[in-house]
Design a protein around this ligand. Structure first.
Ligand SMILES: Cc1cc2nc3c(=O)[nH]c(=O)nc-3n(C[C@H](O)[C@H](O)[C@H](O)COP(=O)(O)OP(=O)(O)OC[C@H]3O[C@@H](n4cnc5c(N)ncnc54)[C@H](O)[C@@H]3O)c2cc1C
Length: 318
């Protein structure tokens, strides 16, 4: 069984790969295997085996996955590492699911203790660092090489291999998959507007559903306010995750924050403490959010928003 397999996409640049390799503990070096598209001559000889595919077809996850799965089973690789490129982060979880392993993406630190891998990655919008120890001795990961200082890449801890085994393979002709990715649509990603807004309306789980949340957005458009969400509201998909307000998301600095249907948990309040004035709406008069508000209104949130929208529409008519 080989220790680890490293996947190199033709588009991963060798410097990033080097920095990624410098993360691997030397204990993983025995049997380290490289699976590369085209030649990977620029990389140091740290691989006991190199499998090179001379004729890689254009990237299609399904086609690449079936080859990766075959190799994983054939060579019995325990750990499989990808760069956290678009392809790496797409292939890693899917390969993990196919081979019944754990998967973690965007790892920026790893060590091997007592045969168990300990992995570190950012969590909650980089506000926390999470450390994972794997119960099983296998897994599929993507490594965040970009997090390392360029100098660190030079500190390769892996021993050099003098006679690596070079295995040349050809991609087998594969029938076109019945579906594939044709377009990647970026959703949002710019939360500066929220961070810098003067007026923010934040909806919580108490808004009840996506349709009610759309009402908040409508009010936001009319009042020229940015709209944010508590964690459950964002997790429900009522608003994009980049609109999450709180410890794990955006910290507001608004002059006015109106929260609707938010309970007032500490991680949430952490995100609004920079606001000058906080008005809270909650249908539970004992909700903790009121203790942290300058003005509180015990009322049904969605109903209040609907009434406000109806009043505004009425005003426009007259
Ligand atoms: C490490 C960690 C990080 C976290 N980071 C964040 C974070 O960044 N942001 C965040 O928000 N949370 C975060 N959380 C989760 C946080 O602890 C709370 O679970 C979360 O804030 C609760 O969201 P909520 O108030 O929308 O939902 P709930 O706690 O479910 O509260 C809903 C509220 O709506 C009220 N309500 C119900 N119906 C209505 C209605 N019709 N009209 C008016 N009010 C109504 C209820 O009385 C209740 O008070 C984090 C937790 C952990 C452990």
């Amino acid at each position: 069984m080989t220790g680890a397999l490293v996947y190199l996409n033709g588009k991963d640049n060798p410097a990033a790969m080097l920095s990624m390799l410098s993360m691997l503990p030397p204990e993983l070096a025995s049997g380290l295997m490289l699976w590369s598209l085209g030649e990977a001559a620029a990389l140091p000889s740290v691989f006991a085996r190199r499998v090179e595919f001379a004729n890689p077809p254009p990237y299609l996850a399904e086609v690449y996955l079936s080859e990766l799965e075959k190799l994983t089973r054939e060579f019995g690789s325990r750990y499989i590492f990808f760069a956290n490129s678009f392809a790496g982060n797409e292939l890693a979880p899917r390969l993990a699911a196919r081979t019944g392993r754990s998967c973690l993406l965007d790892i920026h630190g790893l060590s091997l203790e007592g045969g168990r891998l300990t992995l570190t990655r950012d969590a909650y919008n980089s506000n926390m660092e999470a450390v994972y120890t794997l119960p099983e001795e296998n897994g599929v990961f993507s490594l965040d090489a970009g997090r390392r200082a360029p100098g660190e890449a030079a500190g390769l801890r892996l021993p050099l291999i003098t006679n690596p085994l070079l295995i040349k393979r050809k991609f087998p002709p594969s029938p076109p998959p019945s579906w594939f990715l044709t377009e990647v649509i970026e959703t949002g990603g710019d939360n500066r507007q929220l961070e810098e807004a003067d007026f923010v309306i934040v909806g919580g789980q108490g808004m009840g559903n996506a349709d009610n949340f759309a009402l908040l957005e409508e009010l936001g458009r009319i009042w020229e306010a940015q709209v944010g969400a508590s964690r459950p509201a964002a997790a429900n998909g009522w608003l994009n995750m980049d609109r999450l307000v709180g410890q794990s998301g955006v910290k507001l600095s608004a002059r006015l924050c109106l929260s609707v249907g938010v309970s007032g948990a500490a991680p949430f309040l952490n995100g609004i403490q920079g606001c000058e004035t906080h008005i809270a709406v909650n249908n539970d008069k004992d909700a903790p959010v009121f203790a942290a508000a300058d003005l509180g209104l015990a009322a049904d949130g969605p109903e209040l928003i609907r009434t406000l929208l109806a009043l505004i529409a009425g005003e426009k008519k007259t």
